[in-house]
Design a binder for this molecule. Structure first.
Ligand code: SF4
Length: 470
């Protein structure tokens, strides 16, 4: 079946989701909405027993020589819950935190002697959350010591600690930096005091800038921040001020995330109750994206992935690029996610279940899923699209049935979403805004072409956006 025939079988609504809206402004109306949270192909769920056995089997085997590996460690506590957040797990309680860190260290020490860790190297460690910077100085010190002891770090390792500007206090920063942290990723979201405060962020603009400066003054770590566009009361003028403040702050890089208002979130409810202004529409967000792209490009920031920018060569963003490329990621902690040799893994999200599993000497798996047989080629697509390109000739060299994708990309070129530079397709600015849709459609077309089954007429997931926390 040819690719046009597959699309001909879809309803007009499904075609708009897959291909975009014909004749519309590609930036603001390119697609009805964002389709998925993360682009990918479905896998096959394992039972928990199979999951445990699979984990033990894979950790008992040394890695392929020189393979890059990464570690993700989750800290599921936040001082306050931000209004827009869909990732909050637990408030802060020192007794609960102390006990959690005991279990987390036990989970790490359980794998310390495994051939997979012992005989390999780990290139990046990301301590994410939640709010890892909320850990007490003592618990942060314990965790960082355990990382140095249990994880074979490559000599050019990247160790990121995620968190909030509010925690940038000398007694904490000293512990993080002397414990091996060499990259800090901080949620700012907006510098505007009103916008921040009504979301539940704690500090005003001046305090945020002053605390970022105090961290940069150590000259010991890369500092990157998250900004969100489309927040309530953050119109284009406020967004422009946010970008100016980003530049003035002197940080090494930034993620620019599109706000996602989750159904059932506190933000959605507050908007419905008219306690807070409406968030920007998708069309307004698209214009903010384009403005941010232009602003940073003109100032020679380098775009490392669809939403991540670096100001200098110190910011490598190794963890994020390895995660997108599907590099091995060992998960540790309550709610941590990872992947290992074709299996996606999620640890228990609830503290009691997590602690019970670790207490029994088990890997605290909640879900283990065998990834699609097409995962390797899908990762290659995701990795390229994150960098704003797709080399169809390279894909077709892996399987010539994928030459058919050319029809799709020629169509998107006509619609202003991609541009053929003679070697590969580059995503235009509108194409970058809708990148997640282009990627997901490419993957689903690829799957249909390689399996002979029409997987395009699926129920699509409602508007989602990239994860942004802390
Ligand atoms: S945005 Fe970050 S700090 Fe705020 S509640 Fe969510 S995980 Fe916690």
């Amino acid at each position: 079946m040819e690719i046009q025939e597959i699309f001909a079988l879809l309803t007009p609504e499904q075609r708009d989701f897959q291909l975009g809206i014909n004749g519309a402004d590609p930036l603001t109306k390119g697609f009805p909405r964002k389709r998925v949270l993360h682009a990918g192909l479905p896998g096959k769920m394992l039972s928990l027993t199979e999951g445990q056995q699979t984990w033990e089997r894979l950790m008992a085997v040394p890695p392929v020589r020189r393979a890059e590996q990464s570690v993700y460690i989750h800290i599921p506590f936040c001082k306050t819950k931000c209004l827009y957040c869909g990732f909050f797990q637990n408030g802060i309680d020192q007794v609960v935190e102390d006990r959690y860190v005991d279990y987390l260290l036990e989970e790490l020490q359980r794998e310390e002697k495994s051939p997979r860790l012992q005989q390999g190297l780990v290139h990046t460690v990301f301590i994410g959350g939640g709010t890892p910077t909320s850990l007490s100085a003592r618990n942060a010190e314990r965790l960082l010591k355990a990382i140095q002891q249990c994880i074979p770090l490559a000599n050019d390792y990247e160790l990121t600690l995620e968190g909030r500007v509010h925690d940038l206090l000398p007694e904490k920063m000293d512990v993080w930096l002397s414990g091996g942290v060499n990259r800090m990723s901080l949620g700012v979201q907006s510098f505007n005091t009103k916008v921040r405060r009504q979301l539940g962020r704690l500090d005003d603009k001046e305090t945020v800038l002053q605390r970022l400066r105090s961290l940069l003054d150590y000259h010991q770590c890369v500092v990157v921040i998250d900004l969100i566009y489309g927040l309530p009361d953050q119109d284009m003028a406020v967004w422009q001020e946010d970008l100016k403040a980003l530049e003035a702050s002197g940080v090494d890089g930034a993620d620019l995330y599109q706000l996602n208002v989750f159904d059932g979130s506190a933000l959605n409810q507050a908007i419905k109750d008219k306690k807070i202004a409406r968030a920007a529409t998708t069309a307004q967000q698209a214009k903010m994206f384009a403005y941010g792209y232009d602003f940073l490009t003109k100032r020679a920031y380098k775009r490392l992935s669809n939403c991540h920018w670096s100001r200098n060569n110190r910011e490598r963003s190794l963890y994020n690029s390895m995660a997108k490329a599907g590099v091995t990621m060992f998960p540790f902690g309550c709610g941590a996610g990872g992947s290992l040799d074709g299996y996606a893994i999620m640890n228990h999200r609830f503290l009691k279940a997590y602690e019970a599993c670790v207490g029994k000497g088990q890997k605290p798996l909640m879900v283990m899923m065998q990834e699609s047989p097409l995962e390797s080629i899908a990762r290659s697509v995701i990795d390229q699209m994150e960098r704003g390109v797709l080399n169809l000739n390279l894909l077709a060299s892996r399987d010539e049935r994928l030459k058919e994708l050319r029809w799709l990309y020629d169509l998107w070129e006509e619609r202003g979403l991609v541009h053929n530079n003679g070697v590969l397709f580059e995503l235009t600015v509108p194409g970058q805004f809708w990148q997640i849709n282009l990627t997901q459609t490419t993957l689903e077309c690829m799957q249909s072409l390689l399996t002979g089954k029409n997987t395009l007429a699926v129920q699509h997931i409602a508007a989602q956006e990239e994860r942004h926390d802390s």
